[in-house]
Design a protein around this ligand. Structure first.
Ligand code: HEC
Ligand code: HEC
Length: 131
């Protein structure tokens, strides 16, 4: 009986520590519609920084703050720019798949068009001669 108890506590300990590992590995993102569910914390961090830098904005351009907790609510879809960004993600991935066949790094990214601006400029600057 003592032996059984020892074994079951080892099993229990393993289960508990495994579940801790899982908690650490699964960042528990709640509302991913485009990115894979198993996106890691590091990947999310670098993708979101890429979005913000490409458009020259802060996180709150696409995300809302919870009025009660005063914390950023990244899972909320309360900011319309978040859904625009989702459709931009689909478009960007379509362009890459259809027109480019780069392995790994995408040929076209948010930065290719946005170049640090919220809205890409459709025309090059006018020539001084034209003025
Ligand atoms: C240009 C818009 C945009 C900007 C700027 C942006 N995000 Fe996001 N973020 C998104 C979109 C779109 C999703 C959802 C992706 C999906 O549905 O797969 C998302 C999802 C997330 C999530 C996952 C939330 C969940 O639980 O589902 C986190 C965390 C997050 N963003 C953090 C950040 C941080 C931190 C910044 C600033 C460095 C940032 N975001 C800037 C558009 C943006
Ligand atoms: C092929 C060029 C192109 C690419 C690539 C692109 N965008 Fe855009 N994006 C645009 C254009 C053009 C607009 C302005 C749309 C309009 O005026 O209707 C825009 C607008 C937006 C807006 C709305 C800005 C506002 O002021 O309301 C968001 C948010 C956005 N893009 C996010 C992204 C994100 C995130 C990516 C990368 C996943 C991305 N875009 C990739 C061309 C692009």
């Amino acid at each position: 009986m003592k032996k059984l108890l020892a074994i079951s506590s080892i099993v229990l300990f393993t289960v508990i520590s495994l579940s801790f590992v899982n908690i650490n590995e699964d960042p528990g993102y709640k509302n991913l519609k485009i990115l894979p569910k198993n996106t890691t914390h590091d990947q999310m961090d670098s993708i979101m920084k890429h979005f913000a830098k490409s458009l020259g904005v802060k996180c709150n351009f696409c995300h809302v703050r919870n009025d009660e907790t005063k914390k950023m609510d990244f899972a909320s879809d309360g900011n319309k720019h978040k859904d625009i960004a989702r459709s931009m993600m689909k478009m960007t991935s379509k362009i890459n798949k259809k027109y480019f066949s780069h392995e790994g790094i995408a040929a076209i990214t948010c930065y290719s068009c946005h170049n640090g601006k919220k809205e890409p400029t459709p025309f090059p600057p006018a020539d001084k001669d034209d003025e």
